[in-house]
Design a protein around this ligand. Structure first.
Ligand code: MOS
Length: 761
């Protein structure tokens, strides 16, 4: 029988592990790939959001006269005509916020939607928005850390994370020969995908179709149904391509229900494309953190104590938090660990997932502190990670299903030339006016898997894979085609992948880097059902050369149905015997998840396992990243001049798309270190740089050379195909590696991101 863990036979035809160029590449570069806001609908109305100019208070008056008088304005929806018509779906049920929209005159955060203007064209709707006169009474809002009025923890909705407590961290720290105790901080960030937040809604009778970029079609389908109090079977979401998501399109924002409501009310399709600045407040973001890390070690570098405490910001009504200490507490072999995460409530919109939500901020702190400890110990920071490597995590004492962190350090250090480091001392490398520094840090990401359905059909013209999955730019269309090609013994160009429609077999959220593992394993399972059907028919057919062979040993390879001894028949003959086509629809429920997880997926529930969650093993992908920076002696300008990352993530389905994912992650990491931060005006709790001119992201000139290496790794525990997700792995640890390099260049330690010139003066 073809085993899932042996991927070698079909790679030459574009199977698992083959360097297949993106199957959707031509559609994207020729402009024929249809993004949701490209979809043309008949006689649409255009919606424009009017958003609040205060963060906390009430609407006292709203004069719609001038706006309504504008020719082309059809309707204005406010709380006065919309209250009671739309239910708020909290984050725990698939929504993005518990803050109700257009349900009362209350204002909860800056930029909250207070009116939806509907007009015959976009410009008129926008013009009318400017003519709406809204009077507010305003109270002083709480913006962020340091503002008065920060609320205590609500713990009412949102993920709860266990604080870790093993051994006696305080006592071990007290007794440690060498200590580091420092505060770290990470800023607010917004995803800022090139594709804006868009929704197009259209009704046919009581059936609703939504065109909207989505990371979770089935979730969105159910969330919108819940918001509108209708049957989810009446809702269809279509999202063939997504122009950047990064976590922002995983939970359904309230806008979708509003636009659907508008369309139903007015009996016409409604199209809405939010502006860039509205995207900062009508969707989610990465909240700022403050962290305290204490590390204690013996003089030989053995870490004896870790205390890691984090504070995060959320809205008044939600307790969303990322709790990255789940990961940092298990990262190294430390006998005494204490961690704690709390959330503080402010008058802000509710935060949410953003690329490696937990690991990016928390590993910045831990990996910076590790570098500080190495310096205090006068030890090579690579050596410090080696000495404290954990094959068994210290909290529940489970084995890592596989962990190749040390191998990643070895591979990346060699490629980077780490041994040639002239001196570990800061300010020891120079090129004219440029101070050069080298640094490194650990990357990691939990290896998640979720239930998924998939349907595969095979005919004499090839195979078709159907799943309500998502192409968020990762190469999803390509890798599912490769998986089916591998399992069916077909060339990859004979496999068509159909995704992006909630009517297809349900797939989990394209988040938590789970989709490659979740969907590929479901696709593989469906292909195995097809093999079983074809093999059973062949061994029972006296006319087949496979007659009376053992069906279990019959494989699909090289376009043949083939027995173990090499006897075979063309796939076409096997398909003809099955009446010209054969189909398999499967639902794969990964081990460690309860049986109801599959049925839950149909209802849009999010159930995943992996990382520190399963009982048998702890499951993570790892990497090591090395960075060279150049800091100008006088201007303090920082340039990243070189970067090497080595990653071990089990089965790599496609080295080309995987490299792009990891490279993109590392570039995002540079961005986290040097560029990105949403600035908040503490007086009015307002995001001030809510545009792409002032919200900085790296351009090509900021990213000179990024090398991505793969360390071979076979993991037989994570899932049958041995896949560990890589979407978020590359951006974890990078910011620490950059700051560690900056310290090596300048002797200045940056503990608050992003690095700005003034912090290096
Ligand atoms: Mo990712 S932030 O889990 O979409």
């Amino acid at each position: 029988m073809a085993t899932l863990t042996d991927p070698n036979p079909a790679t030459r035809a574009g199977g698992i592990g083959a360097r297949v160029t993106r199957v959707d590449g031509p559609a994207k570069v020729t402009g024929t790939a249809e993004y949701p806001s490209d979809v043309a609908v008949k006689r649409p109305l255009y919606a424009y959001f009017h958003t609040s100019s205060i963060a906390l208070g009430r609407i006292e008056s709203m004069d719609e006269q001038e706006a309504r008088a504008l020719p082309g304005v059809v309707e204005i929806m406010t709380w006065r005509n919309t209250a009671g018509m739309l239910d708020t779906v909290p984050p725990s049920k698939g929504g993005s916020t518990s803050i109700p929209v257009l349900q009362s005159a209350d204002i909860h955060h800056d930029g909250e939607i207070v009116a939806v203007i509907l007009a015959e064209d976009y410009e008129t709707a926008r013009d009318a928005s400017h003519r709406l006169r809204v009077g507010y009474t305003s109270r002083t809002p709480t913006a962020t850390f340091g503002s008065t009025g920060l609320g205590p923890e609500l713990q009412k909705d949102g993920p709860r994370f266990k604080n870790s407590n093993v051994g006696n961290a305080a006592a071990a720290l007290q007794a440690a020969a060498v200590k580091v105790e420092q505060h770290y901080a990470t800023p607010t960030q917004h995803h800022n995908a090139i594709e804006l937040f868009t929704t197009t809604a259209q009704w046919q009778g009581d059936e609703l179709t939504i065109h909207e970029p989505s990371q979770f079609l089935v979730g969105s389908q159910n969330t919108i149904a819940a918001a509108l109090r209708i049957d989810p079977a009446k809702v269809r979401i279509i999202s063939k391509y997504v122009g950047g998501a990064f976590g922002a399109k995983g939970m359904t924002t309230s806008r979708t229900g509003l636009i659907a409501l508008a369309s139903r009310k007015l009996g016409r399709p409604v199209k809405m494309v939010a502006t860039r600045d509205q995207g900062f407040t009508i969707a989610t973001y990465r909240a700022e953190t403050r962290q305290l890390v204490k590390l204690g070690a013996s003089r030989d570098g053995k870490i004896t104590a870790l205390i890691h405490e984090g504070d995060e910001v959320s809205s008044r009504m939600d307790s969303y938090k990322v709790g990255g200490t789940e990961t940092t507490a298990r990262m190294y072999s430390i006998p005494n660990v204490a961690s704690k995460v709390t959330v503080q409530h402010a008058d802000r919109n509710t935060p949410g997932f953003m690329r490696a939500p937990a690991e990016v901020p928390y590993m910045f702190a831990l990996e910076s502190a590790m570098d500080e400890l190495a310096i205090a110990l006068q030890m090579d920071p690579v050596e410090l990670r080696r000495i404290n490597d954990a094959q068994i995590e210290p909290i529940e004492k489970r084995r890592y299903s596989s962990r190749s962190l040390v191998q990643c350090y070895d591979a990346a250090a060699k490629a980077f030339g780490w041994d040639h480091r002239r001196a570990a001392r800061p300010m020891s490398m120079r090129d004219g006016d440029w101070q050069i520094g080298w640094g490194c840090a650990t990357a990691c990401y939990p290896s998640m898997i979720a239930p998924s359905f998939a349907r595969v059909s095979l005919s004499d013209s090839g195979a078709k894979v159907e799943v309500a999955g998502h192409e968020i730019g990762t190469g999803a269309y390509t890798i599912y085609a490769q998986t089916a090609a591998q399992m069916l013994g077909l060339p990859v160009d004979k496999v068509e992948v159909i995704m992006g429609d909630s009517r297809l077999p349900p797939a989990p959220v394209a988040g938590g880097s789970n989709n490659a593992a979740s969907i590929s394993n479901a696709v593989a399972m469906a292909c195995m059902r097809i093999r079983e059907q074809l093999a059973a028919a062949a061994v029972n057919d006296p006319k087949s050369p496979l007659h009376r062979r053992d069906a279990a040993t019959v494989q699909l390879m090289d376009g043949q149905l083939r027995a173990a001894n090499g006897t075979g028949e063309p796939l076409a003959a096997a398909v003809a015997r099955a009446g010209g086509g054969v189909e398999a629809m499967v639902g794969n429920n990964p081990k460690n998840l309860p049986p109801e997880a599959l049925a839950g997926l149909r209802k849009g529930r999010l159930m995943m396992t992996g990382g520190s969650m399963a009982e048998d093993f702890v499951k993570y992908a790892f990497g090591a990243e090395f960075v060279e920076v150049r800091v100008h002696r006088l201007t303090r300008e920082v340039r990243v001049s070189r970067m090497v990352g080595a990653f071990a993530a089990g089965t790599i389905i496609n080295p080309i798309t995987a490299r792009s994912q990891l490279m993109g992650g590392m570039i995002w990491g540079i961005s986290s270190a040097l560029h990105e931060a949403t600035e908040i005006d503490p007086r009015n709790a307002r995001y001030t740089n809510d545009n792409l001119a002032e919200y900085l992201i790296p351009v090509n000139a900021d990213v000179p050379k990024v090398d991505v290496l793969f360390v071979a790794e076979t993991d037989r525990e994570v899932n049958p195909l041995g896949i560990k997700g890589i979407g978020e792995l590359g951006c974890v640890g990078t910011a620490a590696a950059v700051c560690n390099a900056i310290f090596n260049a300048t002797g200045v330690r940056i503990r608050e991101l992003p690095v700005r010139i003034e912090k290096l003066l």
